[in-house]
Design a protein around this ligand. Structure first.
Ligand code: SF4
Length: 317
Protein backbone atom coordinates (compact mmCIF):
# COMPACT_ATOMS: atom_id res chain seq x y z
CA UNK A 1 0.00 0.00 0.00
CA UNK A 2 1.33 3.44 -0.87
CA UNK A 3 1.38 6.22 1.70
CA UNK A 4 -1.51 7.96 -0.02
CA UNK A 5 -3.67 4.84 -0.20
CA UNK A 6 -5.52 5.21 3.10
CA UNK A 7 -9.15 6.20 3.14
CA UNK A 8 -8.65 8.64 5.98
CA UNK A 9 -6.28 11.52 6.53
CA UNK A 10 -3.32 9.94 8.29
CA UNK A 11 -0.51 11.73 10.09
CA UNK A 12 1.95 9.87 7.91
CA UNK A 13 0.29 11.35 4.83
CA UNK A 14 0.17 14.84 6.32
CA UNK A 15 3.83 14.85 7.32
CA UNK A 16 4.94 13.50 3.96
CA UNK A 17 2.87 16.18 2.23
CA UNK A 18 4.41 18.85 4.47
CA UNK A 19 8.03 17.72 4.48
CA UNK A 20 8.22 15.67 1.29
CA UNK A 21 9.66 12.68 3.14
CA UNK A 22 9.17 10.24 6.00
CA UNK A 23 8.94 11.92 9.39
CA UNK A 24 9.05 9.86 12.58
CA UNK A 25 8.23 10.76 16.18
CA UNK A 26 10.81 10.40 18.95
CA UNK A 27 8.95 9.82 22.22
CA UNK A 28 10.52 11.70 25.09
CA UNK A 29 10.25 11.72 28.85
CA UNK A 30 11.45 15.15 29.93
CA UNK A 31 11.19 14.38 33.65
CA UNK A 32 7.97 16.28 34.35
CA UNK A 33 5.12 15.22 36.62
CA UNK A 34 1.37 15.86 36.43
CA UNK A 35 -1.00 17.86 38.66
CA UNK A 36 -3.27 14.83 38.64
CA UNK A 37 -0.51 12.84 40.28
CA UNK A 38 1.46 15.23 42.46
CA UNK A 39 -1.51 16.02 44.72
CA UNK A 40 -2.46 19.37 43.14
CA UNK A 41 -5.58 17.86 41.57
CA UNK A 42 -5.21 14.20 42.43
CA UNK A 43 -2.64 11.65 43.55
CA UNK A 44 -3.58 8.57 41.55
CA UNK A 45 -3.84 10.18 38.11
CA UNK A 46 -6.30 9.34 35.39
CA UNK A 47 -7.64 5.83 35.98
CA UNK A 48 -5.99 4.44 32.81
CA UNK A 49 -2.63 6.14 33.32
CA UNK A 50 0.27 3.78 33.89
CA UNK A 51 3.49 4.17 35.82
CA UNK A 52 5.17 5.95 32.91
CA UNK A 53 2.56 8.71 32.75
CA UNK A 54 1.02 7.61 29.44
CA UNK A 55 4.47 7.50 27.87
CA UNK A 56 5.09 3.76 27.79
CA UNK A 57 7.26 3.91 24.70
CA UNK A 58 9.12 7.07 25.63
CA UNK A 59 12.80 7.23 26.50
CA UNK A 60 14.05 7.04 30.08
CA UNK A 61 13.65 10.12 32.29
CA UNK A 62 17.05 9.37 33.75
CA UNK A 63 18.60 10.12 30.39
CA UNK A 64 19.27 13.51 28.84
CA UNK A 65 16.81 14.54 26.10
CA UNK A 66 19.41 14.57 23.35
CA UNK A 67 20.57 11.10 24.40
CA UNK A 68 16.99 9.82 24.36
CA UNK A 69 16.62 11.19 20.86
CA UNK A 70 19.89 9.69 19.62
CA UNK A 71 19.08 6.30 21.10
CA UNK A 72 15.69 6.25 19.32
CA UNK A 73 17.13 7.55 16.05
CA UNK A 74 19.69 4.72 16.10
CA UNK A 75 16.92 2.21 16.63
CA UNK A 76 14.73 3.66 13.87
CA UNK A 77 17.44 4.33 11.33
CA UNK A 78 17.54 0.77 9.97
CA UNK A 79 13.86 1.06 9.07
CA UNK A 80 13.91 4.70 7.92
CA UNK A 81 17.52 5.64 7.17
CA UNK A 82 16.81 9.16 5.88
CA UNK A 83 13.93 10.20 8.10
CA UNK A 84 13.38 13.53 9.77
CA UNK A 85 11.99 13.61 13.31
CA UNK A 86 9.38 15.16 15.54
CA UNK A 87 10.55 15.58 19.14
CA UNK A 88 7.49 14.31 20.97
CA UNK A 89 7.20 15.30 24.62
CA UNK A 90 4.91 12.45 25.59
CA UNK A 91 5.20 11.34 29.21
CA UNK A 92 3.20 13.09 31.92
CA UNK A 93 2.24 16.79 31.54
CA UNK A 94 4.75 18.54 29.37
CA UNK A 95 3.82 22.13 30.18
CA UNK A 96 3.78 21.58 33.93
CA UNK A 97 7.07 23.13 35.06
CA UNK A 98 8.57 26.61 35.49
CA UNK A 99 8.81 28.52 32.22
CA UNK A 100 12.62 28.50 32.31
CA UNK A 101 12.67 24.72 32.57
CA UNK A 102 10.16 24.29 29.76
CA UNK A 103 12.12 26.58 27.47
CA UNK A 104 15.35 24.70 28.20
CA UNK A 105 13.77 21.30 27.49
CA UNK A 106 12.03 22.40 24.29
CA UNK A 107 15.04 24.26 22.91
CA UNK A 108 17.33 21.33 23.71
CA UNK A 109 15.06 19.00 21.74
CA UNK A 110 14.88 21.41 18.82
CA UNK A 111 18.68 21.67 18.75
CA UNK A 112 18.95 17.99 17.78
CA UNK A 113 19.89 17.04 14.24
CA UNK A 114 17.21 16.34 11.64
CA UNK A 115 14.42 17.64 13.88
CA UNK A 116 11.50 18.76 11.72
CA UNK A 117 9.19 19.78 14.54
CA UNK A 118 7.92 19.25 18.03
CA UNK A 119 4.81 17.83 19.72
CA UNK A 120 3.83 18.57 23.31
CA UNK A 121 1.31 16.42 25.20
CA UNK A 122 -0.33 18.23 28.08
CA UNK A 123 -3.54 19.02 29.98
CA UNK A 124 -5.82 21.95 29.14
CA UNK A 125 -5.57 23.18 32.72
CA UNK A 126 -1.79 23.50 32.40
CA UNK A 127 -1.60 26.24 29.77
CA UNK A 128 -1.16 29.55 31.59
CA UNK A 129 -0.58 32.72 29.54
CA UNK A 130 3.23 32.59 29.77
CA UNK A 131 3.31 28.97 28.56
CA UNK A 132 0.97 29.83 25.70
CA UNK A 133 3.35 32.67 24.85
CA UNK A 134 6.33 30.31 24.77
CA UNK A 135 4.45 27.81 22.60
CA UNK A 136 3.37 30.62 20.26
CA UNK A 137 7.00 31.71 19.93
CA UNK A 138 8.09 28.14 19.13
CA UNK A 139 5.22 27.62 16.69
CA UNK A 140 6.62 30.49 14.65
CA UNK A 141 10.00 28.74 14.44
CA UNK A 142 9.08 25.10 14.02
CA UNK A 143 6.28 22.71 13.09
CA UNK A 144 4.52 22.44 16.45
CA UNK A 145 1.45 20.72 17.72
CA UNK A 146 -0.02 20.41 21.23
CA UNK A 147 -1.92 17.29 22.31
CA UNK A 148 -4.77 17.41 24.83
CA UNK A 149 -6.33 14.32 26.39
CA UNK A 150 -10.08 14.92 26.34
CA UNK A 151 -11.13 11.24 26.00
CA UNK A 152 -14.87 12.04 26.32
CA UNK A 153 -17.27 14.99 26.49
CA UNK A 154 -19.47 13.21 29.02
CA UNK A 155 -19.05 14.43 32.58
CA UNK A 156 -19.97 11.09 34.17
CA UNK A 157 -17.23 9.35 32.19
CA UNK A 158 -14.80 12.21 32.91
CA UNK A 159 -15.39 11.64 36.62
CA UNK A 160 -14.95 7.89 36.21
CA UNK A 161 -11.58 8.33 34.53
CA UNK A 162 -10.64 11.04 37.09
CA UNK A 163 -9.69 13.47 34.36
CA UNK A 164 -9.81 16.43 36.71
CA UNK A 165 -11.05 19.20 34.43
CA UNK A 166 -14.35 20.01 32.78
CA UNK A 167 -15.36 20.49 29.18
CA UNK A 168 -15.32 24.27 29.47
CA UNK A 169 -11.67 24.20 30.52
CA UNK A 170 -10.86 22.01 27.54
CA UNK A 171 -12.75 24.20 25.05
CA UNK A 172 -11.11 27.33 26.40
CA UNK A 173 -7.65 25.78 26.01
CA UNK A 174 -8.39 24.70 22.44
CA UNK A 175 -9.50 28.21 21.55
CA UNK A 176 -6.47 29.81 23.22
CA UNK A 177 -4.11 27.54 21.28
CA UNK A 178 -5.94 28.14 18.01
CA UNK A 179 -5.84 31.91 18.62
CA UNK A 180 -2.07 31.59 18.71
CA UNK A 181 -1.97 29.51 15.51
CA UNK A 182 -0.86 26.41 17.37
CA UNK A 183 -2.05 23.09 16.01
CA UNK A 184 -4.20 21.12 18.45
CA UNK A 185 -4.54 17.34 18.60
CA UNK A 186 -7.24 15.76 20.77
CA UNK A 187 -7.04 12.26 22.30
CA UNK A 188 -10.30 10.31 22.47
CA UNK A 189 -11.00 6.91 24.01
CA UNK A 190 -13.73 4.77 22.47
CA UNK A 191 -15.36 2.23 24.77
CA UNK A 192 -15.39 3.87 28.20
CA UNK A 193 -17.68 1.88 30.52
CA UNK A 194 -21.28 3.04 30.45
CA UNK A 195 -20.93 4.90 27.15
CA UNK A 196 -23.14 3.88 24.23
CA UNK A 197 -21.95 4.09 20.63
CA UNK A 198 -24.02 7.27 20.39
CA UNK A 199 -22.23 8.78 23.40
CA UNK A 200 -18.86 8.07 21.79
CA UNK A 201 -19.89 9.46 18.43
CA UNK A 202 -21.31 12.56 20.14
CA UNK A 203 -17.81 13.15 21.48
CA UNK A 204 -16.37 12.72 17.99
CA UNK A 205 -18.98 15.14 16.59
CA UNK A 206 -18.14 17.69 19.25
CA UNK A 207 -14.43 17.52 18.47
CA UNK A 208 -15.16 17.63 14.74
CA UNK A 209 -16.73 21.05 15.22
CA UNK A 210 -13.83 22.58 17.14
CA UNK A 211 -11.53 23.25 14.22
CA UNK A 212 -8.68 21.23 15.69
CA UNK A 213 -5.81 20.03 13.53
CA UNK A 214 -5.79 16.38 14.57
CA UNK A 215 -7.30 13.57 16.62
CA UNK A 216 -6.05 10.36 18.17
CA UNK A 217 -8.59 7.58 18.53
CA UNK A 218 -8.14 4.35 20.40
CA UNK A 219 -10.15 1.68 22.13
CA UNK A 220 -10.19 1.46 25.90
CA UNK A 221 -7.55 -1.05 26.89
CA UNK A 222 -6.51 -2.17 30.32
CA UNK A 223 -2.92 -2.29 31.48
CA UNK A 224 -1.89 -4.05 34.65
CA UNK A 225 -0.02 -1.04 36.06
CA UNK A 226 -3.18 1.09 36.29
CA UNK A 227 -6.03 1.64 38.71
CA UNK A 228 -8.34 0.73 35.85
CA UNK A 229 -7.00 -2.82 36.06
CA UNK A 230 -7.98 -3.07 39.74
CA UNK A 231 -11.40 -1.63 38.95
CA UNK A 232 -11.89 -4.03 36.04
CA UNK A 233 -11.04 -7.02 38.19
CA UNK A 234 -13.41 -5.88 40.94
CA UNK A 235 -16.19 -4.77 38.55
CA UNK A 236 -15.78 -6.54 35.20
CA UNK A 237 -17.37 -4.71 32.30
CA UNK A 238 -17.61 -5.35 28.58
CA UNK A 239 -14.75 -4.23 26.37
CA UNK A 240 -15.04 -3.95 22.61
CA UNK A 241 -14.70 -7.08 20.57
CA UNK A 242 -12.56 -6.68 17.45
CA UNK A 243 -15.62 -6.44 15.20
CA UNK A 244 -17.38 -3.95 17.44
CA UNK A 245 -14.32 -1.70 17.52
CA UNK A 246 -13.80 -1.79 13.77
CA UNK A 247 -17.42 -0.76 13.32
CA UNK A 248 -17.37 2.10 15.82
CA UNK A 249 -13.99 3.49 14.81
CA UNK A 250 -15.10 3.53 11.16
CA UNK A 251 -18.25 5.36 12.23
CA UNK A 252 -16.03 7.87 14.01
CA UNK A 253 -13.76 8.27 10.96
CA UNK A 254 -16.79 8.92 8.79
CA UNK A 255 -17.85 11.77 11.08
CA UNK A 256 -14.50 13.55 11.14
CA UNK A 257 -14.08 16.33 8.58
CA UNK A 258 -11.55 15.27 5.92
CA UNK A 259 -9.08 17.99 6.85
CA UNK A 260 -8.62 16.65 10.39
CA UNK A 261 -5.41 14.66 10.61
CA UNK A 262 -5.94 11.23 12.16
CA UNK A 263 -2.88 10.50 14.28
CA UNK A 264 -4.01 7.15 15.55
CA UNK A 265 -6.87 4.70 15.11
CA UNK A 266 -5.90 1.98 17.54
CA UNK A 267 -4.40 1.49 20.98
CA UNK A 268 -0.79 1.15 21.89
CA UNK A 269 -0.70 -1.03 24.98
CA UNK A 270 2.50 -2.56 26.30
CA UNK A 271 2.45 -6.27 25.51
CA UNK A 272 3.68 -7.50 28.86
CA UNK A 273 1.29 -5.20 30.75
CA UNK A 274 -1.82 -5.52 28.64
CA UNK A 275 -4.66 -7.35 30.39
CA UNK A 276 -7.41 -6.81 27.81
CA UNK A 277 -8.51 -6.74 25.06
CA UNK A 278 -5.68 -8.96 23.81
CA UNK A 279 -6.77 -8.65 20.18
CA UNK A 280 -5.61 -4.99 20.33
CA UNK A 281 -1.98 -6.21 20.38
CA UNK A 282 -2.30 -7.13 16.72
CA UNK A 283 -2.19 -3.59 15.39
CA UNK A 284 -1.76 -4.62 11.78
CA UNK A 285 -4.94 -6.68 11.97
CA UNK A 286 -6.82 -3.71 13.43
CA UNK A 287 -5.48 -1.34 10.77
CA UNK A 288 -6.27 -3.71 7.93
CA UNK A 289 -9.73 -4.36 9.41
CA UNK A 290 -10.41 -0.62 9.36
CA UNK A 291 -9.15 -0.31 5.77
CA UNK A 292 -11.31 -3.25 4.73
CA UNK A 293 -14.42 -1.90 6.44
CA UNK A 294 -14.04 1.60 4.96
CA UNK A 295 -13.57 0.01 1.56
CA UNK A 296 -16.65 -2.16 2.06
CA UNK A 297 -18.62 0.97 2.96
CA UNK A 298 -17.05 2.75 0.00
CA UNK A 299 -16.16 5.51 2.43
CA UNK A 300 -13.45 8.07 1.70
CA UNK A 301 -12.52 10.23 4.62
CA UNK A 302 -9.89 12.56 3.74
CA UNK A 303 -7.19 13.17 1.48
CA UNK A 304 -7.02 14.22 -2.08
CA UNK A 305 -4.38 12.96 -4.40
CA UNK A 306 -1.27 15.05 -4.36
CA UNK A 307 -1.88 17.97 -6.69
CA UNK A 308 1.06 17.06 -8.88
CA UNK A 309 0.00 13.44 -9.17
CA UNK A 310 -0.65 12.74 -12.82
CA UNK A 311 -3.44 10.37 -11.85
CA UNK A 312 -5.26 13.15 -10.03
CA UNK A 313 -8.82 11.91 -9.79
CA UNK A 314 -10.13 13.55 -6.65
CA UNK A 315 -10.13 11.66 -3.41
CA UNK A 316 -7.79 8.82 -2.74
CA UNK A 317 -8.93 5.25 -2.91
S1 SF4 B 1 -3.16 13.86 32.69
FE1 SF4 B 1 -1.87 12.43 31.56
S2 SF4 B 1 -0.05 12.09 32.86
FE2 SF4 B 1 -1.66 13.05 34.12
S3 SF4 B 1 -2.63 11.32 35.12
FE3 SF4 B 1 -3.84 11.81 33.27
S4 SF4 B 1 -2.99 10.51 31.65
FE4 SF4 B 1 -1.54 10.50 33.36
Amino acid sequence: MNWYDKRYHTLDYELKETFGQKVVKLSLDAGFTCPNRDGTIGERGCIFCGKKGSGDFAGSRDTDILEQMEEQKNRLSSKWPNAKYIAYFQSYTNTYAPLKVLRQRYETALSGTDIAGMAVATRPDCLPAEVLGLLEELAQKTFLWVELGLQTIHQKSAEFIRRGYDLECFTKAVNSLKDKNIRVVVHLILGLPGESDKDMLDTVKFVSGLGVWGVKLHMLYIQKDTDLYDYYRAHPFDLFTYDQYINVVCNALEILPPEIVVHRVTGDGVKKLLAAPLWSLDKLRVLSGIDRELKRRNSFQGIKWKKNNSQSQGRIC
